[in-house]
Design a protein around this ligand. Sequence first.
Ligand code: MSP
Length: 503
Amino acid sequence: MRFYITTPIYYPNSEPHIGTAYTTIACDVISRFYKQKNYDVFFLTGTDENSNKIIESANKVNKKPIEYVNEMAELFKNIWKNLDIEYTKFIRTTEDYHIKTAQFVFQKLYEQGYIYKGLYEGWYCIHCETFWTTSKVDDSKLCPNIECRRPLNYIKEENYFFKLSAFEDKLLKYYEDNPDFVYPDYRFNEVVSFVKSGLQDLSVSRKYNNWGIRVPFDQDYSIYVWIDALTNYISALGYPFELDLFDKYWEVSHHMVGKDIIRFHAVIWPAILMALNIKLPKKIIAHGWLMYDNQKISKSKGGDIFNLKEIALSNDKIKISALRYYLLREGSFGQDIPVSLERFKYIYTSELSNNIGNLFSRVLAIIEKKLNKYVFKESDFSYIQNSFINERLSNFDKELSNFNYSKAVLEILNLADYLNKIIENYKVWEIKDKNLNQIMYELVYSLVVLNKMLYPFMPFIANNILEQLNLPLESLKWDYTIPDSFNIKERKILFPKIENVLA
Ligand code: MSP
């Protein structure tokens, strides 16, 4: 069984921030989860480097665009590595193989009559890389995107157009036949009504200005950066030159995107794929935005509440693990998510430190002090209900398979609460007779299950727990058979007091 998951490729004109980290962590959690279930997973991320705004950003720091993107791509890789993002491949759209694929795609669309030359006249926002029709632009001549509102450029030039309008009916038919194509369903409904309201042909080239991928049959133009960017999902798999990976993974492809770029992925990209005669991706998953002060967080707005670069490069693994957990445990997937330092501290203390951390430390302390670090299965389960644990695990599986991260986390908390209650109800710390071994065995058994669920969210913590329980890496796998005895190791605090984590 296979699974292909992609993040959008990020514009490297600004550093990664907590908002872009959210998408990347969400993909990492899913990728790790499928690996636990023995899927063969391909996880793709990367940088979208051919945008015009790169020129501006590079100029500002007196660098050549290529030097600038080289440095930024390294920074992205470094930050993702420090956030425990375990991607399979990092794609850069300035790399040769990608350029060849983007040009191949453009050429093929042209040859098949889906690209034609026409006159483009209208407004363009370099920052959003978006064309705006006159009707959308008010007297201010600022970008209609309320998150942007930067000055627009008026463009009147001969351009190449993609016949998007030709795909209206085919797309609607596809949506109807594939009701799970876009998740969540309210985003899908928005996509459907957008297409029903009528599609216009799309300008897909710009005058070449020494940056970007050239239109293969007309050197005066570069390929519109969004067309080039979307093809990354197949160029990364070698399409069309080396089809091994493509044949293996394309049919199980899942694109995770923010709600702001859903039309590119659920309308334009499918139309291009239809024109190329390539199967459509299996699913587009659209998440909401992280918000601060009612605004979408970006590098310049609210990005410093959680200074991602600082956190990542500090390599403080506990803080990083807690951040991964915090971002994904919040909200209902798909909706916007307000974040704040206060809320982070609260979640850290109540859920990680007092609930999960405390549970591990109580169980391990008793085994260390009273059972000489050893427990074994003496009888059938008589304290803990196995069915309750299995139900948590199967609900967790169901929720995460459906990208319901916060609901999956509730199963973790539910299990931790239950185990803490067992300790209290049986006053485990007072038991002196031989019953202690069996109840402690049952508790450690349950912790192994709990650890499987913690792993995709906080791999560092899960590995730390493995060490304490003296278990192999395989114990994180879904099909692992839990042993009949445990010889535990040195106990370590999983989540120290918040003051020591957030200095
Ligand atoms: N380069 C394009 C994507 C091309 S994919 C073929 C792009 N890049 S981006 O860097 O501007 O944004 C990348 C992703 O980050 C988007 O999915 C966007 O929604 C996400 N986020 C940026 N800020 C965000 C938040 N504050 N919260 C959540 N996600 C955010 O668009």
